[in-house]
Write a protein that binds this ligand. Structure first.
Ligand code: C2O
Ligand code: CU
Length: 437
């Protein structure tokens, strides 16, 4: 159940320095199911959990032993653009046999993740991702057992261990977004978590799947959500079901109830993100929570977890329209933002200190998880307030977000986090500059 961890090369407690080797590996994803040719960091699926504190420096020496070029994008981190991992804008691709060092200070507490930004749908689909947990040393004790859960899936022939081609199913599959057939939690199919009745669990969850939405349910229980992409929410909120779109994170508390010896099933429930996502699809068990034989306990009451989040305002914000759609006919499927696929699109200008009001309209009958690199935004109308970097834009719907750009000039990408969609053209750029005088 536990994720692999890393060896810190630097004795300084405020520096986490490590080697990370991207290479293919054979991985046991379930009893007797060995997936071959999995893309991994350090041979592990998912890659090792990187654990640091807010304000620490992270130094990662990436060595590429994959047959393909790669990079690392630090999803959700407000770091300089040179460290953002986007080829052509941050750095060149790291070719097979080459290395690249990422180094930056971790500005925010929260759960983040890392993944490549070269042939993303294929490389992430093949298993290349890991979690980065940045703790807040001032946070009160929650009297909880803590666990990071990396949710994903893998498209694998369970008989032979062969991974399916990232092009399987052609344009139709691209339009839907390819989902794997085996659901994974921390790289395992249906793992078992041992828990004590009444003892609070804190799960910090990331959806690292390239297309699949995760809607979670633990029958008889609720999820108390404390945080999202950019750390704590303005206040906790209760959910019967928890939806985490690709790229997004949730920080939740669950208190297991039941009889010692009983096993609970955390379930994946189909979520309507367009045709094919709910039709003829079954609820699946995702993970088991085995209530151990220890006598039940009562968890102490939660300390106050309010967070002051200054609301951004639409007044004086620059309105920017973004229409998610499809262009062209014939040839291969091309997706677009404002009628342009990423390779034809002009960047959207922005200035340091400016607040933009992104009005994202989804013109397609499939939902798109919209992600912006390098900055958090607020979703207009969301209650309680949250800092996010990824938000669902439901089918044929409109979502508005507010983002204020701080002093990190450069080209910042935004895209759909259904990575098949991103690779098919649903990406764009913000060109962030100093205001002209
Ligand atoms: Cu996880 Cu370009 O993003
Ligand atoms: Cu999409």
């Amino acid at each position: 159940m536990a994720l692999a961890e890393v060896l810190d090369l630097d004795p300084n407690p405020y520096v986490l320095e490590l080697n990370l080797t991207a290479r293919t590996s054979t991985v046991e994803v379930g009893p007797g199911v060995f997936a071959r040719g999995v893309f991994t960091y350090d041979g592990a699926l998912p890659g090792p959990l990187l654990r640091a504190k807010r304000g620490d420096r992270l130094i990662v020496h990436l060595h590429n032993e994959l047959p393909w070029p790669t990079t690392i994008h630090w999803h959700g981190l407000r770091i300089p653009v040179e460290m953002d991992g986007v080829p052509g804008h941050s750095q060149p691709e790291v070719e097979p046999g080459q290395s690249f060092t990422y180094h930056f200070v971790l500005p925010d507490a929260g759960l983040f993740w890392y993944h490549p930004h070269v042939r993303s749908a294929a490389e992430v689909g093949f298993g290349l991702y890991g979690a980065l947990l940045v703790e807040d040393p001032t946070e009160p004790d929650l009297s909880a057992d803590e666990l990071v859960l990396v949710l994903s899936d893998l498209a694998v022939d369970v008989e032979t261990g062969e991974l399916f081609s990232p092009e399987s199913g052609g344009d139709l599959a691209t339009l839907f977004g390819r989902e794997g057939n085996v659901l994974l939690v921390n790289g395992r199919s249906r793992p078992v978590l041992h828990a004590r009745v009444g003892r609070r669990q804190r799960w910090r969850i990331v959806n690292a799947a390239k297309s699949r939405y995760f809607q979670l349910e633990l029958p008889g229980h609720t999820f108390t959500q404390l945080g999202a992409d950019g750390g704590l929410l303005a206040r906790p909120v209760e959910h019967e079901r928890l939806v985490i779109v690709p790229g997004a994170r949730a920080d939740v508390l669950v208190t297991p109830r039941g009889t010692p010896g009983e096993t609970l099933a955390l379930r994946w429930v189909p979520y309507d993100r367009g045709f094919g996502s709910v039709e003829f699809r079954e609820i699946e068990d995702l993970m088991y929570v085995a209530l151990d034989e220890r006598v039940p306990v009562e968890s102490p009451p939660l300390p106050p977890l309010e967070r002051e989040i200054e609301p951004l305002s639409t007044e004086r914000a620059t309105p920017i329209e973004l229409r998610l759609g499809q262009v062209g006919s014939g040839g291969t499927l091309t997706l677009s933002i404002n009628e342009q696929p990423s390779w034809d699109a002009d960047p959207i200008p922005a200035f340091i200190g400016e607040t933009q009001h992104l009005r994202i309209t989804n013109e397609l009958s499939w939902a798109h998880p919209f992600h912006l690199h390098g900055f958090f935004f607020q979703v207009v109308g969301e209650e309680p307030l949250a800092w996010r970097d990824t938000v669902d834009v439901p089918l044929l719907a409109k979502v508005e977000v507010l983002v204020r750009y701080d002093d990190r000039p450069g080209m910042w990408m935004f895209h759909c986090h259904i990575l098949d969609h991103a690779d098919a053209g649903m990406m764009g750029m913000i060109a962030l500059e100093h205001e002209p005088h």
